[in-house]
Design a protein around this ligand. Structure first.
Ligand SMILES: [Ca+2]
Length: 449
C-alpha cells in the first residue's frame, strides 16, 4: 500500500514537472581581463605587430567598442579603481561598496558558479572574495590551469562565470622564451608621437611607471620595452587559447559569452610618457573592449563606453536583471543595434591634476594645477600632436568643451576644481637633465602627422 502511494506521488510529481515552465539555461560568461593592455593591442583590432591568434579567432564574430575608457583614477595604481569599478558599476569618486550589489553577487544570485583567477587584492579584497572560488596563479599559465580545473569540476552543473584577471602584459613583462623570440626591437616602429621627454608637468611626471626607463626616452629603450610587451601579450593569448580549448572539450563553448578587455591603457613612448597616469588616447584610460557569443552580432562601434559598463551589459546579455543605482550603463542596446550610443560625450579624470572631455571629433584636456588646457581635433590629429587651444579660430570650441567638462564631472561625483588659486609653473625637466627650452622637445605647432 505504501509502495502504491509512493508511485502515485512520483506520478503526480512528474505531471507537475511537465507542467512547469521550461527553465532557461543561462549562458556561461568568460571575462578575459588583461593588465595594462593598450586599446589597439590585438590582431583583431588591426595591430600591425602583435600576434594574438586565439583571441582573434574567439572574437572574429564579436562586437568591438573602439572608444572604451576607464572613468579615471584617484591614484597612480589605475588598476585599483578600475577593477573596483568593474565590480561595483559605480564611479570611484563615490562610496562604491555601499547600497548596490556587486557584479559577483549579482551573477551568483542568478545561479552561477563563479571563479576569479589572477591579480588578487587589487582593490577591496572583500570584492574578490565574493567569487565562489578564488585562485591566483603567478601568471596567465597558472590562471588558465585554475580555470581549466574549475571547468572540469563544474561544467554542466550550473552556468559558469570565469573571470581571468591575468597579470600580463603589465611590467615586468612575463613571457616564455618562444614568445620573447617572436619580437625583435629592431623591427618595431616607434610611436609617431614619440618624444624623448614630456614637455610640461602634468602633475605625475616621476611616478613608478615613468621610472621604468631612463630619460631621455630613446628608440632603443622604447622599442625594447615594446618587444617585451608584445611577447607578454602573445603569451597571455596562448593561455587564453587553453581555456577556450577546455570549454570546447566540455561542450560549453557555444553557450558562452566572452568579454575581452584591458583594465587600463598605457603609454609606451607616446609624448615621452610610459605609464597610465595621463589622459592622452594612448594613456591610462583608453582600453580595448570586445563582446562575443550568443546574442552578440559581428560589429564595431565608436560609441562611447566605460569599462564598468561591462557589469550591466553582461547582465542584460545573460538575461539577468540589472540592479538599480549603478552609474554604469548597459551597452546591450548598442550591441544589438537598438541605439547608436548610450552617451554623447566622454569624461575622464586622473587624481586632481588632469581632466578631459571628448566628443566624436574634439578633445579638451585640462591640467588645473598648472592652469593649462589642450585642444585636439582627433579626426585630423588622432595622435594629439597639434594643440589648438591657443588658436583663436577654435576658441568657441574650447569654451564649449570647458563648459561641458564642468557639467559632466558633477555627474560622477567629481569634487576637484578645474582652476586652482595658485597654479604651479608648467615647465618640467627630467631628473638629472639640464633644463632646455620646452619648444625643442615638443611637436612643431602645426604638425598633424
Ligand atoms: Ca592595470
Amino acid at each position: 500500500m505504501r509502495r502504491l502511494a509512493r508511485v502515485i506521488l512520483l506520478l503526480l510529481a512528474a505531471v507537475h514537472a511537465t507542467a512547469a515552465p521550461v527553465p532557461v539555461i543561462k549562458p556561461n560568461i568568460v571575462f578575459l581581463l588583461a593588465d595594462d593592455l593598450r586599446p589597439d593591442c590585438l590582431g583583431v583590432l588591426g595591430h600591425p605587430v602583435v600576434k594574438t591568434p586565439h583571441i582573434d579567432k574567439l572574437v572574429a564574430q564579436g562586437f568591438i567598442f573602439r572608444n572604451a575608457y576607464v572613468l579615471g583614477s584617484n591614484s597612480g595604481a589605475v588598476c585599483t579603481p578600475s577593477r573596483t569599478m568593474i565590480q561595483t558599476g559605480r564611479s570611484y569618486m563615490r562610496d562604491q561598496t555601499r547600497g548596490t550589489p556587486t557584479l559577483a553577487q549579482t551573477i551568483k544570485a542568478a545561479g552561477y558558479a563563479s571563479i576569479r583567477s589572477g591579480k588578487y587584492g587589487n582593490g577591496p579584497k572583500k570584492l574578490d572574495d565574493e567569487f565562489d572560488c578564488n585562485a591566483d596563479g603567478n601568471n596567465a599559465g597558472g590562471n588558465a590551469d585554475n580555470l581549466i580545473r574549475f571547468i572540469g569540476e563544474q561544467a554542466g552543473k550550473q552556468p559558469l562565470f570565469l573571470y581571468m584577471a591575468s597579470h600580463e602584459p603589465h611590467d615586468p613583462q612575463f613571457a616564455t622564451d618562444e614568445f620573447y623570440r617572436m619580437y625583435q626591437a629592431g623591427n618595431i616602429p616607434l610611436p609617431v608621437n614619440f618624444l624623448p621627454f614630456q614637455p610640461f608637468d602634468n602633475g605625475e611626471m616621476t611616478v613608478r611607471d615613468e621610472q621604468t626607463l631612463p630619460w631621455p626616452r630613446t628608440k632603443e629603450s622604447v622599442t625594447g620595452k615594446l618587444a617585451r610587451y608584445y611577447a607578454s601579450t602573445s603569451y597571455w593569448d596562448a593561455q587564453v587559447g587553453r581555456v577556450i580549448a577546455a570549454l570546447k572539450q566540455a561542450g560549453q563553448f557555444d553557450h558562452t559569452i566572452f568579454i575581452v578587455a584591458g583594465d587600463n591603457g598605457l603609454s609606451l613612448g607616446e609624448h615621452g610618457l610610459l605609464g597610465k597616469q595621463n589622459l592622452y588616447e594612448f594613456g591610462g584610460m583608453h582600453v580595448p573592449l570586445i563582446f562575443a557569443g550568443p546574442g552578440v552580432p559581428k560589429g564595431e562601434t565608436k560609441a562611447f563606453a566605460y569599462l564598468y559598463d561591462v557589469y550591466p551589459t553582461l547582465c542584460e546579455l545573460a538575461g539577468i536583471a540589472v540592479p538599480a543605482g549603478l552609474d554604469a550603463k548597459s551597452l546591450a542596446p548598442v550591441i544589438t543595434g537598438r541605439q547608436p550610443q548610450v552617451r554623447d560625450c566622454l569624461f575622464t579624470a586622473y587624481r586632481d591634476c588632469q581632466r578631459s572631455i571628448r566628443d566624436e571629433r574634439w578633445k579638451l584636456l585640462r591640467y588645473p594645477l598648472i592652469d593649462k588646457t589642450q585642444l585636439f581635433d582627433l579626426q585630423a590629429d588622432p595622435h594629439e600632436m597639434a594643440d589648438l587651444s591657443a588658436n583663436p579660430e577654435h576658441a568657441a570650441k574650447a569654451a564649449e568643451l570647458t563648459a561641458l567638462l564642468e557639467k559632466e564631472r558633477l555627474r560622477y561625483g567629481d569634487q576637484a576644481p578645474l582652476k586652482v588659486a595658485t597654479p604651479q609653473p608648467a615647465a618640467w625637466t627630467p631628473p638629472g637633465q639640464a633644463a632646455k627650452p620646452a619648444r625643442s622637445r615638443s611637436f612643431k605647432a602645426n604638425s598633424t602627422r
